[in-house]
Design a protein around this ligand. Structure first.
Ligand code: NSS
Length: 429
C-alpha cells in the first residue's frame, strides 16, 4: 500500500501500485469509471475499465458515490488530463464501504457546512489547514525545547480571571462556583520559580458575546513565561518563536499552503527583528489616516487592520495606556501612563496574534490595582504570594494559535482555523 503522495512522485511509473482512500469525484461512461481517490496525502485519478478488473468489482465501482471507502490496485500511467498528470489503471477496485449520498455538494451555505462540520473537515482546504497548524505547533515545540523551556500542564479549572471577568465561563464545581481558564498565565508565573522558563499549550475559554471573524469561545493558547526576562527580551522570544513556526509551515506544508493560495516564500521572508511602534505612534498614524481615535482608544479589528494592511511582516505595538490592559502588567518607568507591554499584530490586516508584557513585581501596587477594579483579594492571595518570596523580574506572553493560523492560511474567518469551532451560536457538532 502506498500513499497517494508517493504514487504522485511518479517513481513507480509503469509499475503496479496500490492505494486506499475515499472517492473524491467520480463519473462513469459506458464501460469505464473515472474515480478520483483521496487519502490524507492527496488525490489521484483511477480509471476502472470493465474487463480489466474482476467482474464482481465493476458494478460496485460504477455505483459507488463520493466518500465511499475503496482499495485500488493497478498500473501507474501518464495522463495529461488527470490531476498531477498521472493515473492508476485499475486491475482491482474494491469498495470497502459504500457511502450514502454525501450531504455536502458544491456551493453549500456556511450554516450547512457548520452543521455538517464532522464531514466538512474532510475537505482538502480543511485538511490543509489542519496540517499547517500541526506543522506550526511542531515548530513551536522544537523551538521551546532547543531554548531550554520546560513544557508544563496548568489547570483548566480555576477561581481567577487573568484577563476580563466579564468573559468568564462559569461552571458548577461540586458545591461551589469555578471558571474555565482564560489563560494559564498565573500558573506559569508560579512555575518560573522552579523551572525559570516554562511554556504550555492549553485551551482557553472566553465567553465573548461578540460575533466577529476573530473570536472563538474556545481557542488553543500557546503561552510562555520566563524569569529574568524584561519586555524587550520577551519580544525577542516572540519574534524567534513566530519565525520558527512559519519556517516549519513553509518547509513542511508547501503544497498545503499553495492550495490555500499562500505563497510559502512570503512566510520565509519574515525574520527578526519585527518592526516596533509605540501605542502613541500608532494613534498618530491612525489619526493621519483619518481614523477617529485619541489617547485611550482601544485598538480593535478596524484599527489593527489600518495599521497592518500594507505590511508584509508583523508589527509590535508597545506601551499601551494602563486603562486598556490588565492589572498584572509592569508600569513603564519612562511614561507612568503606560505599561511595559506589547501586542504583536500579524501583517496584511489580520490583527493581533500575541499579547505579552513584563509583569508587576511589587505586591502593594498589585493589591491597589486589584482593589481599584473591584476584584476580591481572597481569590488572588496565592498569586500575590508569588511577590513575597523572592520576586524576580519576569515576562511572558500568549499566542492565539487560531489567530496565527487565520493569517498564515489566509482565512476569512477564525472558525476555519479549528476543526470544531465553538462560538456564541454553536456547540454542535
Ligand atoms: O487576552 S490576551 O491578549 N492575553 C492573555 O491572555 C495573557 N494572559 C497571555 C499571557 O501573557 N500569558 O490573549 C492572548 C492571545 C491574543 O493575542 C489572541 O491571539 C488570542 O490570545 N485570543 C483569542 N483567540 C481567539 N478567540 C478569542 N476569543 C481570543 N481572545 C484572545
Amino acid at each position: 500500500m502506498q500513499s497517494i503522495k508517493q504514487v504522485l512522485s511518479g517513481e513507480s511509473l509503469g509499475q503496479p501500485v496500490s492505494i486506499r482512500g475515499w472517492i473524491y469525484r467520480t463519473r462513469s461512461s459506458g464501460g469505464i469509471v473515472f474515480a478520483v481517490i483521496r487519502d490524507s496525502s492527496g488525490i489521484v485519478q483511477t480509471t476502472v475499465k470493465k474487463g480489466d478488473v474482476p467482474d464482481e468489482n465493476f458494478g460496485p465501482a460504477s455505483n459507488a458515490g463520493i466518500e465511499s471507502a475503496v482499495e485500488v490496485e493497478g498500473i501507474l500511467a501518464e495522463d495529461d488530463r488527470a490531476p498531477g498528470g498521472l493515473e492508476i489503471r485499475a486491475s482491482s477496485f474494491k469498495v470497502v464501504a459504500p457511502s450514502e449520498p454525501f450531504p455536502i455538494t458544491e456551493y453549500q451555505s456556511t450554516e450547512l457546512l457548520l452543521d455538517k462540520r464532522h464531514l466538512w473537515i474532510r475537505s482538502r482546504e480543511q485538511t490543509a489547514v489542519t496540517k499547517i497548524k500541526a506543522a506550526m505547533l511542531r515548530g513551536a515545540r522544537e523551538w521551546f525545547h532547543e531554548n531550554d523551556y520546560v513544557e508544563v500542564t496548568p489547570p483548566m479549572i480555576t477561581a481567577v480571571a487573568p484577563e476580563d471577568s466579564t468573559t468568564l465561563f462559569q461552571i458548577k464545581y461540586f458545591d461551589r462556583i469555578a471558571y474555565l481558564s482564560q489563560s494559564a498565565q498565573f500558573y506559569l508565573e508560579s512555575l518560573i520559580y522552579s523551572c525559570e522558563r516554562v511554556w504550555a499549550l492549553t485551551p482557553s475559554f472566553r465567553a465573548e458575546k461578540s460575533r466577529t471573524p476573530r473570536h472563538l469561545a474556545e481557542y488553543w493558547h500557546l503561552e510562555m513565561e520566563a524569569a529574568w526576562v524584561n519586555n524587550d527580551d520577551n519580544m525577542k522570544v516572540q519574534e524567534e518563536l513566530v519565525t520558527a513556526m512559519l519556517e516549519h509551515a513553509a518547509a513542511g506544508c508547501r503544497a498545503e499552503l499553495q492550495l490555500l493560495k499562500r505563497d510559502p516564500a512570503s512566510l520565509r521572508k519574515i525574520s527578526p527583528p519585527f518592526d516596533r511602534m509605540s501605542y502613541a505612534e500608532a494613534m498618530d498614524s491612525l489619526q493621519a489616516g483619518g481614523c477617529e481615535v485619541s489617547w485611550g482608544s482601544d485598538l480593535g479589528a478596524v484599527e489593527e487592520r489600518a495599521l497592518t494592511k500594507e505590511r508584509e511582516t508583523p508589527l509590535f505595538v508597545v506601551n499601551y495606556p494602563k486603562e486598556l490592559k490588565p492589572f498584572y502588567m509592569k508600569e513603564n518607568p519612562e511614561d507612568s501612563r503606560t505599561y511595559k507591554n506589547s501586542d504583536l499584530l500579524a501583517p496584511e490586516g489580520y490583527g493581533e496574534i500575541i499579547g505579552g508584557s513584563e509583569r508587576e513585581t511589587d505586591n502593594s501596587l498589585m493589591v491597589d490595582r486589584l482593589k481599584e477594579i473591584g476584584e476580591s483579594l481572597e481569590n488572588y492571595q496565592w498569586y500575590l504570594d508569588l511577590r513575597k518570596y523572592g520576586s524576580v523580574p519576569h515576562s511572558g506572553f500568549g499566542l492565539g494559535l487560531e489567530r496565527m493560523v487565520t493569517w498564515v492560511c489566509r482565512l476569512e474567518h477564525i472558525r476555519d482555523a479549528t476543526p470544531f469551532p465553538r462560538t456564541v451560536a454553536r456547540v454542535y457538532p
